[in-house]
Design a protein around this ligand. Structure first.
Ligand code: BT5
Length: 260
């Protein structure tokens, strides 16, 4: 039923091939293998359930059946897009945020890869690359969205940040297929803007805790406290520390929390 509805809606978009699974380990793993093989640009892997959904650094991403969106879009970047690939996570986050805005919600992007509603995580993004020598050949853009209440992980899980679902925030259960359609259309529409200043500004303006103090933990280093100033051109986070010194935090093993 879900698959038929999805296929009908998605046939209206100029995507590559689509693989649908009732249950899978991780849509990103499937998409990475497909991308390394012969997947065409904008091919898509969608699953109703993930049994080994992944976040960054192999953290778990919870995707129980019948409740969430879990999908991975394969991007074969053009030569023009290759200099801007560090902005990909922002591209996906803005596409999710724009979809939620059209439903009268107020999303914020917790840099680098979470979308929040009223301070709770509703969506997570995991971008992974397939290399050819020292060049990125393909990107896999994995997006998980908590649509119905049942998609929220149990509190005793390894959850590090409060979570919510669209159903909780809207007060009614939205159609998963429609949310997926909107996020993918937004991605297609935003794609030509990836390298523009306008794109970077829109991403910056959507940041959670903009102008506020946050604690940033990189790897196992001592957390740094700073004020979020915005984004660097490559999508790194621009902060000002307690000594008025500006600094940039690059992607990687970064955890961000509101300051005290
Ligand atoms: C992320 O990692 O937020 C990236 C999640 C990407 C998931 C998609 S689903 C489709 C594709 N296939 C995959 O296998 N992955 C991608 P990170 O920032 O590391 O956050 C992971 C943390 O989020 C976990 O350690 C938990 O604390 C929390 N978490 C797990 N499941 C959650 C959920 N459904 N909602 C909110 N938080 C969750």
């Amino acid at each position: 039923m879900y698959q038929t509805e999805l296929e009908k809606l998605l046939s209206k978009l100029p995507l590559g091939d689509i693989k649908y699974f009732d249950s899978i380990g991780s849509t990103n793993d499937e998409a990475l293998a497909w991308a390394a093989n012969d997947a065409e640009d904008l091919s898509l892997v969608i699953a109703d359930e993930q049994t080994a959904g992944r976040g960054r650094l192999d953290r778990k991403w919870f995707t129980p059946p019948g409740t969430a969106l879990a999908f991975s879009l394969i991007l074969r970047p053009t030569a023009d897009e290759k200099p801007h690939l560090s902005r990909t996570v922002g591209w996906a986050a803005l596409a999710v945020a724009d979809c939620l805005r059209t439903r009268q919600l107020t999303p914020q992007i917790k840099w680098p890869n979470d979308v929040l509603l009223l301070g709770r995580k509703v969506s997570g993004i995991l971008v992974e690359s397939v290399w050819s020598g020292d060049e990125v050949d393909c990107l896999v853009i994995g997006i998980g969205i908590n649509v119905l209440k049942g998609s929220i992980p149990p509190v005793d899980d390894e959850r590090q940040f409060p979570a919510t679902s669209l159903e909780d925030e809207l007060g009614y259960p939205p159609e998963r297929a429609e949310i997926l359609f909107d996020v993918l259309s937004n991605m297609l529409n935003l794609r030509p803007q990836l390298g523009t200043d306008e794109f970077l500004n829109r991403w910056s303006e959507s940041l959670a805790f903009l102008g506020q103090e946050v604690q940033v933990e990189v790897g196992n280093e001592v957390p740094v406290t700073g004020l979020i100033l915005g984004l660097e051109s490559d999508g790194s986070l621009r902060l000002r520390d307690g000594h008025d010194k500006a600094m940039a935090v690059r992607f990687g093993d970064v955890r961000l929390r509101p300051g005290k």
